[in-house]
Structure formats: structure tokens, C-alpha cells
Design a binder for this molecule. Structure first.
Ligand SMILES: Cc1ncc(COP(=O)(O)O)c(C=O)c1O
Length: 389
């Protein structure tokens, strides 16, 4: 299905820029701050990811935490994904509600209220799965799953070094896998192993070394599961930074790549040559507007802490005519564009485009993705799974 073809009903609220769709030259006229998706680059990322995973024999279950947008999940499914990963119940509810099959919740679902909501969701979903890393939590999930017509598919979350969630010891993994396989309301499907920090080790040699040790541990866990008669049918994990390694090792059966679809300032620093090149392009930009240009040497734009994630580096100016200019933080609603040598100050009201520092938490701050081809707004996709609950 061509990108830029909406699949949801037209009555969805598309925000203040809706009237600009298909208007020639409308990209420059967007009300801002507005997240902009360059559909040509987005489609290139989608196809490259499909080819890379296909050639490596890896199934794709991309992480929807990056985009939180059911329109994108549908396109990932069209490109061959077996489902999407979700970090929150809300993401999962939105994705299932939009007709996406094969949702995997990659964070533990803990507490009676959340488990109740998850069971209700599982009852209305196809090929729904979740991870667990704790026997008490598993018992509660197993009891609640009695309400389901089909057994609930569960994977054991393995900690391969990040210590965020999961069990590290092979015997703990075996115990959980056994518990799942013996529970009448659960089906044991395999393991998840995700390592966040290694994704952003910029140097590939260093990343190979740190991640290599973690993958060796994962192999030990998988061998222990096999020896216990519990070989994992699914081994899921990986991110954009580890993809270059994961396609060589053959440990994973499927991949949870997230940021590849957009890329950002952080990931543009990570060396990930696949067939000689960095495979993914920056498809996501934040368009802001010059709201004051009275000072010498810089202009003020309307994008500050409330528009960009602040956990990482600063946004980067993307417009070629401002090459050499840099973004500086200037408060909640404002940013400073310090002009580079020879750069002319943009006029009041002029658009300025920036590469987002860290795409996931930036996207979560906004309501819409404005899809462009060249200089024209061609569609708007709601970020319908944004939020944290
Ligand atoms: C469990 C899990 N899987 C996959 C991903 C995707 O990683 P990336 O955005 O680096 O591709 C994340 C991102 O934080 C994650 O938490």
C-alpha cells in the first residue's frame, strides 16, 4: 500500500494543519512545532529493513514504542512484519484496536488492574503475547488467564546485561519456562533478550565486544532451556544499533528494531554499516518557526523543552542553507539558532527544520505526524498511542 494513503476513517481529528493536505508548497506553511515525516525516506527505511531482515532469515516485529502510531504499524505489517512490540498497555490497546495482529508486550505487566486490562485485551487480539520475569507475577497472570478461551502466549524475559528487567541465571529462566509450560492457561513461546545500552555504543568494534559477551550469555541460557526440554520457539530482541550484529549471529528468530523507521541525532552517530553503508535515513524532522530575529548572530524559534526530548544531545539543524548553524536550548517553548559563518538570518515566520535528538520520547510529546513528499503535505497520521498509561 503506498504511503500517504490513509487507512483510517476520515472523521479522525487531524489537527490544525489538515486543510493544508495536498496544497502545493504546503510544507513551508505548516503551523508549528510540527513533526514532519519525509515519506520517501520513510519508505526507503521500511524497504531496507525488510530486505536486511529477509536476507538474514529474521522475522520482523518492530517496536511501536518509537512511533506510537497505528498508521505506521499497518505499513510495517504490510511490509511483512509478524506483529509489533509494545512497551505499554495503552500502545497495545491502540494497536490491537487498529487491527494489528501479533502484538508482543515487551515490559512486565504487573499488578491486578494492569493484568485485568491485559487479559481483556488478549481476549480480543490475535497472536497476542507478553513477557514475564517473575514467578509471583506469572502466577497472577496464569490465574487471570483462566478467563480466556485460548491459553495466553508468554515468553521469558532474559537479562543479558542491562539489569532493567528479566532473569539472568539459566536456572531461573528454566524455572520460569517450566512454570509457563505447566500452567494450564499459558503457552510457553520462547524468550526475549533486549540490551538497551549497547545500541548506542557508537564504535562498532566496541559494540561487538560488549554485545558479544551478552549474546554468549544468551546462548548459554538457550542451551540450558534446550537441555531441560524447553527449547524456545521464539528468540526475540535487538534494536537498530545491534541489527548489524544480530543479522550475523543467527541467535534471534525475530527482531524488535524500533528507531530505524525515523533515525535521530543519537543514532546518526552510531556506526552500523550493512553492505558497506548506514542503511537508514533520517525521515523525521521537527519543523519550527522563527518567532523573533532582533538579536545579532541568532534567531529564536518556537521549539524548546516541550517539543524535543531532553535526555540526549541537542537537536541538529537540518536545512542546508543553515549548515553550520547550531541549536541551543532557550526555555520551555523556545530554541536559539546560533547562525553559522556566512549563514543569513532567516526571516520572521520562516520555517527551520531540525533532526530530533532522540526520536521515541520526542514523538511522545506530539499529537500528529505530518507526512510530506517534497514540499507538499500529503497526509497527517495521528500519534494515537502516545502517553504513558
Ligand atoms: C524492549 C525493546 N526492544 C526494542 C527496542 C527498539 O530499539 P531501537 O529503538 O534502538 O531500535 C527498544 C527500545 O528502547 C526496547 O526497549
Amino acid at each position: 500500500m503506498p504511503c500517504g494513503t490513509r487507512m483510517s476513517p476520515a472523521e479522525t481529528d487531524l489537527g490544525p494543519n489538515e486543510g493544508l493536505i495536498e496544497v502545493p508548497g504546503s510544507r513551508r506553511a505548516l503551523l508549528t512545532p510540527a513533526l514532519v515525516v519525509d515519506l520517501d525516506k520513510f519508505e526507503t527505511n521500511l524497504l531496507r529493513h525488510q530486505r536486511i531482515c529477509g536476507e538474514a532469515g529474521l522475522r520482523m516485529r518492530p517496536h511501536a514504542k518509537t512511533h506510537k502510531c497505528s498508521e505506521i504499524a499497518k505499513r510495517q505489517a504490510e511490509a511483512g512484519a509478524v506483529g509489533v512490540c509494545c512497551a505499554t498497555l495503552h500502545e497495545a490497546e491502540v494497536m490491537v484496536g487498529a487491527g494489528i495482529d501479533g502484538v508482543l508486550i515487551t515490559s512486565p505487566v504487573v499488578g491486578a488492574a494492569r493484568i485485568g486490562r491485559m487479559i481483556k485485551l488478549a481476549g480480543s487480539a490475535r497472536r497476542f503475547k507478553l513477557v514475564a520475569d517473575n514467578p509471583v507475577n506469572l502466577r497472577a497472570i496464569s490465574e487471570a488467564a483462566e478467563a480466556l478461551a485460548q491459553p495466553l502466549e508468554v515468553l521469558v524475559d532474559i537479562d543479558i546485561g542491562m539489569q532493567r528487567t528479566g532473569v539472568a541465571a539459566p536456572e531461573d529462566a528454566v524455572a520460569l519456562a517450566r512454570m509457563i509450560s505447566e500452567a494450564p492457561n499459558l503457552t510457553y513461546r520462547g524468550v526475549q533478550a533486549y540490551s538497551g545500552r549497547v545500541q548506542h555504543i557508537n564504535d562498532l568494534t566496541e559494540r561487538r565486544q560488549v554485545y558479544g559477551e551478552q549474546l554468549a550469555h544468551l546462548k548459554t541460557v538457550i542451551e540450558a532451556l534446550g537441555a531441560a526440554g524447553l527449547p524456545p520457539a521464539i528468540v526475540t530482541g535487538g534494536g537498530t544499533g545491534s541489527l548489524v550484529i544480530d543479522i550475523e549471529t543467527g541467535i534471534f528468530t525475530e527482531h524488535q528494531t524500533g528507531s530505524y523507521i525515523f533515525m535521530d541525532v543519537e543514532y546518526n552517530e552510531v556506526s552500523m554499516p550493512i553492505a558497506g553503508n548506514i542503511p537508514f535515513q533520517t525521515s523525521l524532522l521537527m519543523q519550527c518557526t522563527v518567532v523573533s530575529n532582533n538579536a545579532d548572530g541568532f534567531v529564536t524559534i518556537n521549539g524548546g523543552y516541550k517539543s524535543f526530548a531532553t535526555d540526549g544531545p541537542k537537536p541538529k539543524v537540518a536545512d542546508p542553507e543553515l549548515s553550520g548553524s547550531i541549536y541551543d536550548r532557550f526555555g520551555d517553548e523556545h530554541g536559539k539558532i546560533v547562525l553559522g559563518p556566512g549563514n543569513l538570518a532567516p526571516e520572521l515566520g520562516a520555517p527551520v527544520n531540525l533532526i530530533t535528538p532522540h526520536c521515541d520520547p520526542t514523538v511522545n510529546l506530539h499529537n500528529y505526524l505530518h507526512c510530506v513528499r517534497g514540499d507538499k503535505l500529503v497526509d497527517i497520521w495521528p500519534i494515537d498511542a502516545r502517553g504513558v498509561l
